[in-house]
Design a protein around this ligand. Structure first.
Ligand SMILES: *Cc1c(COP(=O)(O)O)cnc(C)c1O
Length: 472
């Protein structure tokens, strides 16, 4: 054994203790850590890019990393990172994630680990949390992007089946052009269309209802009637990133009766609202969708990277992803093994953090996070609407606040970008830019388990300070 490996093997307890100390220092300082570290801190320091010839052992490597680069780590796991849709890690999910690397299981159903059985149990518990019926099966993937990819890959196969064509075997050219209809496709779905060979241009944007992000189902129906011979995927939003708007799923289901299409629901963060009796109506009808995307690393607050794809068409899914080889079992023996259901072959025990969180906090814990985030988002929205210099662009439907700067002259986009830079420099709260109804906007998405009243007050004060700086 290499002498440094030998030494680290002997030092393992102190290496783990030291890592634990670094983690504790980080977590104790998370609240005060800048949400956006200075750009200079986000770059490697000169000379650090080279491969080390001799190595230095784990303790020295840990210290080297920490001393040089801790200032470049964002407080994105903390309570005031409202950018993108960024969850943190609850204590139980963090602890589980440490164990995942420690026990290092490949969670195949390979008769040598409990990991796969726990994955399946976690999916069942998540279905119970979100009121998804037994007709759905699910698998863990790395994020909503991959869940959208898998959902639409199954859709592609199903569209072939309807026409007697095995797309997995023959390729997409045997099926021909597929159209994908949506009013609000997330960019990750557009990327998935490229990866699927369906093509980005296959996406047709359907009109939205006035002043909203919700799909206009009458416009959709007109389009479906005019193109009824084309294989069609309808991509519904169950939580848009700008305003957390939900497409009218019952209306889409009624259309599917007349124009058989594949209904994929991107519920990356918005699906988690189903755990609250106050918001579960937003997902009404999703139990009849063909495939569904739900992220775990957003509103379920498990560490990156974790999401779940659900479908009611597992055998079709297996046609796409089956992985036969002499040394792997035939998929018919293990139909629910992710190996035959998702793009990956080997992967980590991704389910354990969610399993641990559900065990530790239960339905009521998850519901409390959702309801507190929504309550605080509404408060944040009300306060912004009442402050000089800001205006809401949409009612706060759920946990996302979409707003703009008011009373500014000149280039509104440049001013908006300048404001966001000031906010990032101030480091207290992170928001991200967007466009809403054709105008430059700013959005704040609340999904972190730690966010409380005082964070809203701190965030507002920072926004007001930066709004004043903008005048100078
Ligand atoms: C975040 C998000 C995605 C992409 O999710 P990743 O987990 O980053 O791959 C897709 N759709 C929606 C609606 C999202 O909010």
């Amino acid at each position: 054994m290499h002498p440094l490996l030998q030494q680290d093997l002997e030092d393992l307890p102190s290496i783990l203790d030291h890592t634990n100390q670094l983690a504790q220092v980080f977590l104790a300082g998370l609240d005060g850590r800048p949400v956006c570290p200075p750009i200079a801190e986000q770059q490697l320091k000169a000379g650090d890019e080279q491969l080390s010839a001799e190595g230095c052992g784990a303790l020295a490597a840990l210290d080297s990393f920490w001393q040089r680069y801790a200032p470049g780590i964002s407080g994105s796991a903390g309570p005031r990172y409202f950018g993108f849709v960024t969850g943190g890690s609850t204590p139980a999910s963090l602890a589980a994630d440490w164990l995942v690397s420690t026990i290092d299981q490949n969670s195949l159903l390979s008769n040598d680990t409990i990991a796969a059985a726990i994955e399946l149990a976690t999916i069942e518990q998540l279905k119970a949390l979100l009121h998804l019926p037994a007709s759905f099966t699910g698998s863990f993937v790395s994020g909503a992007t991959m869940a959208n990819f898998v959902g639409m890959a199954i859709g592609r196969q199903w569209l072939g089946q309807q026409r007697g064509i095995d797309v997995a075997q023959l390729g997409l050219s045997a099926l021909g052009h597929v159209q994908v209809l949506s009013a609000n496709a997330h960019s990750s779905s557009v990327k998935a269309l490229s990866m699927l060979g369906i093509g980005r241009d296959a996406l047709k944007s359907i009109a939205r209802l006035v002043d909203s992000e919700v799909i206009d189902t009458e416009a959709l129906e007109r389009h479906l009637a005019a193109t009824s011979d084309l294989p069609t995927i309808v991509l519904a939003s169950a939580g848009t990133v700008n305003t957390a708007s939900y497409d009218d799923l019952p209306a889409l289901l009624a259309l599917r009766e007349r124009y058989p299409f594949w209904l994929h629901v991107d519920a990356a963060f918005g699906g988690i609202a189903a755990c609250s009796p106050s918001y579960s109506h937003l997902l009404e009808g999703w139990q009849f969708a063909d495939s569904i995307t739900v992220d775990a690393h957003k509103w379920l607050n498990v560490p990156y990277d974790s999401a779940i794809q659900f479908t009611r068409h597992m055998s079709t899914q297996m046609q796409v992803f089956q992985n036969n080889s002499a040394y792997l079992e035939a998929p018919s023996l293990r139909p629910d093994d992710y190996l035959h259901l998702t793009p990956e072959n080997s992967r980590r025990f991704r389910a354990l953090p969610l399993w641990m969180a559900l065990k530790a906090y239960g339905r009521s814990g998850m519901q409390e996070i959702v309801e507190r985030n929504v309550m605080l988002a509404r408060r944040f929205g009300d306060s912004l609407a009442a402050s000089n210099g800001f205006r809401l662009l949409a009612p706060v439907n759920l946990n996302v606040v979409c707003f703009a700067l008011e009373d500014i002259s000149g280039d509104t986009e440049a001013t908006r970008n300048h404001f966001i830079r000031l906010l990032d420099l101030h480091g207290v709260v992170r928001c991200t830019p967007t466009h809403f109804n054709g105008q430059p906007a700013i959005r704040a998405a609340l999904v972190n388990w730690m966010t409380e009243d005082r964070d809203i007050a701190l965030a507002l004060a920072s926004m007001q300070t930066c709004r004043t700086l903008l005048e100078e």
